[in-house]
Design a protein around this ligand. Structure first.
Ligand SMILES: NC(=O)c1ccc[n+]([C@@H]2O[C@H](COP(=O)([O-])OP(=O)(O)OC[C@H]3O[C@@H](n4cnc5c(N)ncnc54)[C@H](OP(=O)(O)O)[C@@H]3O)[C@@H](O)[C@H]2O)c1
Length: 335
């Protein structure tokens, strides 16, 4: 009989509806077939983490949906087992990515959820909860099919936006138009944007600015922010027959039949997305090594898992700017 508990570790839990975050001792899970027990060296904070806290109904729930891990145990055979705000978690072997030796765990922790969401949105299968079905850059034709075609990415300074721009560049879209605060023009350009428009432009001014850049119809828009205003602006610019990919729930006031809106679920654990996730993670290891994909800037929060609590106030208040907040679970003080 295999042991049911290997060891114990610290994890961040919510124990009741709207209850506080608490760091507690948890029993370390045993990996099943195709799973690996890993030590979490660094975990990224995702705006989804505070949103989850607001609607969860099952307790206790361990939190965290982004991580970078160090292989810790042997291969063997869901929510608390895979949560990343803990010292050890379970992950599926298929979803592992080998990071380059030159990359820190903190840098790598900026990548998982922020990159998989645009990857699925753009290249995932055209199925419910899937993606727009574009040919991925790692597939035959993926470097030629979109050459010279425009793409619009709302929110080029956000983590998701920075990866979406990098994918658009790999797909050879051109021009790659994005929106950001002017202070982030250089950042967007370094990711691959050819044009960065001020995100404070009005809906009509934004449409005029895009039309001045390209006369071609915009048939793909990735809205990495997806608040009501960005959705409206993006949908307004989207050409008939085109697809708007949004990362939050739809908030459009009016729609027409000839424009598709796709809400992306950036998880490789959803059956609709397992194919694209496996393909993407296979590609990602090489792309990180070659420098084709580079991580976002990071800010390390002190206190290990205790840093999550204050850290999650920042995406809530809109005060995270062009960087990913990271905690290091091994630095958590005793509970
Ligand atoms: N569907 C999914 O699977 C999935 C997965 C992960 C995240 N998400 C969601 O995706 C969204 C982005 O997450 P993130 O982690 O990438 O955010 P983030 O990095 O925290 O975004 C911060 C950036 O957003 C930009 N921004 C804010 N409002 C904007 C606007 N109206 N127009 C253009 N840019 C704007 C700001 O750019 P400036 O500094 O240039 O002003 C800021 O730097 C969140 O709502 C998150 O919940 C969804």
């Amino acid at each position: 009989m295999p042991p049911t508990v290997l060891l114990q570790h610290k994890a961040l839990f919510v124990e009741s509806e709207n209850g506080p975050y608490v760091v507690k001792t948890a029993e370390t899970s045993v990996p099943g077939p195709g799973e690996i027990l890993v030590k979490v060296e660094a975990a990224g904070l995702n705006p989804a983490d505070y949103k989850i806290h607001e609607f969860i109904k099952e307790f206790p729930l361990a939190l965290g949906c982004d991580s970078v891990v160090r292989l810790s145990a042997h291969m063997g055979g869901y929510a608390n087992r895979i949560a990343t705000f803990q010292e050890y978690c379970i992950i599926e072997a298929d979803l592992l990515v080998k990071i380059p030796i030159s990359m820190t765990f903190d840098q790598a922790a900026s990548i998982p959820a922020a990159a998989i969401a645009p990857a699925i949105g753009l290249y995932g299968d055209k199925v419910p909860m899937g993606g727009a079905g574009l040919t991925a850059p790692w597939r035959p034709g993926g470097h030629t099919e979109y050459a010279g075609k425009p793409i619009l990415i709302m929110g080029g300074a956000s983590s998701l936006g920075q990866y979406a721009i990098q994918f658009a560049k790999l797909s050879r879209f051109s021009p790659i138009i994005t929106t950001a605060s002017p202070v982030h023009n250089d950042l967007a350009a370094s990711a691959g944007a050819t044009h960065t428009l001020d995100r404070s432009l009005s809906l009509s001014a934004l449409a005029e600015a895009v039309a001045a850049i390209t006369p071609d119809p915009i048939t793909i828009v990735f809205d990495a922010i997806a608040v009501a205003e960005t959705q409206e602006a993006a949908y307004n610019i989207l050409a008939p027959g085109g697809t708007l990919i949004i990362v939050q729930d739809e908030a459009l006031k009016a729609k027409s039949d000839d424009k598709k809106v796709l809400r992306v679920w950036g998880s490789g654990h959803i059956p609709a997305n397992t194919r694209i996730a496996k393909e993407f993670y296979e590609f990602l290891g090489d792309a990180l090594t070659s420098g084709e994909i580079r991580p976002c800037e990071v800010e390390i929060l002190p206190g290990g898992l205790n840093g999550v609590v204050e850290g999650l106030e920042r995406p809530k208040n809109g005060t995270v700017r062009a960087k990913k907040l990271i905690v290091r679970p091994p630095e958590t003080s005793e509970v």
